[in-house]
Design a protein around this ligand. Structure first.
Ligand code: NDP
Length: 297
């Protein structure tokens, strides 16, 4: 059924997350009863990036609401790479901890790859470690990267058909675009798409995005996808999230995605909003991964 007054369905990540997190809370209570301590997630925040702090705070709040224990570890921006590696090592060895994340981006002087590689894959609930990415490619059990897994869960929740569809992913980053393309092409439901992955060197991007039955922009450019780039009836899942200045808002900014929502939405069968689309689903995936970690650790 269409949302009243709209010509499209909304891929409402808030509503989907609420339903999934209610189930997660039930399972968390079972874990707590069985082993005498709740699922425990830690988040490491380095420096004072405003957006990163907002994301981490949302993750911590979501944990608490689902009955998890959460620990926030705040470190100064001038922490050395070695000290951060020591912190990661301590978390790897902490028997009371099921999983942890190191919020990206890290300060320039810290090599993000080194930190990611140092995380114990059995506690890597962001799913960024090469072992978990390799497991995903091979279809083995492991932690899926939180944002692409959140997109899959969003499509699953609203029972959006994907099999045989042409899915175009815009962006090829290691944490979003590339794993997204793999998940959509897997022999799974949701999945079984024919996938095209595009990037900044793609020629005539609009000609390709217009072929998409399912379009997943993960570009990092505010309102980049316009109506002329989208096919009538397409499903659009907007991964992008940006703060744009808006003096009419109390905070001085508003959030927009990679998609120009107002002009694209009327062409879509389904579209995710920003905020309230993929963002909450990313956090939900993190909780799902942490629950999974309780079975391993
Ligand atoms: P990256 O900057 O790492 O990657 C962006 C990708 O977009 C690159 O592959 C780049 O191509 C491609 N790209 C850039 N410009 C163009 C263009 N003009 N045409 C086609 N492709 C282009 O970003 P991320 O993947 O980390 O994030 C993408 C977006 O998703 C961001 O807005 C980010 O904030 C958001 N995000 C949201 C999350 C959520 O929970 N909702 C979580 C994570 C990210 P190339 O490789 O050639 O440079």
């Amino acid at each position: 059924m269409l949302t009243e007054g709209l010509s499209y369905h909304l891929l409402d990540g808030k509503a989907a997350s609420k339903a999934i997190r209610d189930r997660i809370a039930e399972q968390a209570a079972e874990v707590t009863a069985k082993r005498g301590r709740p699922p425990h997630l830690a988040a490491v925040l380095v420096g004072e990036d405003g957006a990163s702090r907002t994301y981490v705070n949302s993750k911590v709040r979501a944990c608490e609401k689902a009955g998890f224990r959460s620990t926030l570890i705040e470190l100064n921006a001038d922490i050395s790479e070695e000290e951060l590696l020591e912190q990661v090592d301590a978390l790897n060895k902490d028997p009371e901890l099921d999983g942890f994340i190191v919020q990206l981006p890290l300060p320039q002087h810290v090599n993000e790859d080194k930190i990611t590689l140092a995380i114990d894959p059995t506690k890597d609930v962001d799913g960024f470690h090469p072992e978990n990415l390799g497991r995903m490619v091979l279809g083995l059990s492991g932690f899926l990267p939180a944002t692409p897994a959140g997109v899959v869960e969003l499509l699953r929740h609203f029972e959006v058909p994907t099999s045989g569809k042409h899915c175009v992913v815009v962006g090829r980053s290691n944490i979003v675009g590339t794993p997204m393309s793999i998940l959509m092409s897997r022999n799974a439901d949701p999945g079984n798409c024919t996938v095209t992955i595009t990037h900044s060197r793609t020629k005539d991007l609009a000609a390709i995005t217009r072929q998409a039955d399912i379009l997943i922009p993960a570009i990092g450019k505010p309102e980049f996808i316009t109506a002329d780039m989208v096919k009538e009836g397409a499903v659009v899942v907007d991964v992008g999230i940006h703060r744009v200045q808006d003096s009419s808002r109390q905070k001085g900014f508003r959030l927009v995605g990679d998609v120009k929502f107002d002009e694209v939405a009327p062409k879509c069968s389904w579209i995710s909003p920003v905020p309230g689309g993929v963002g909450p689903m990313t956090i939900t995936s993190l909780l799902l991964n942490t629950l999974k970690a309780c079975q391993i650790n």
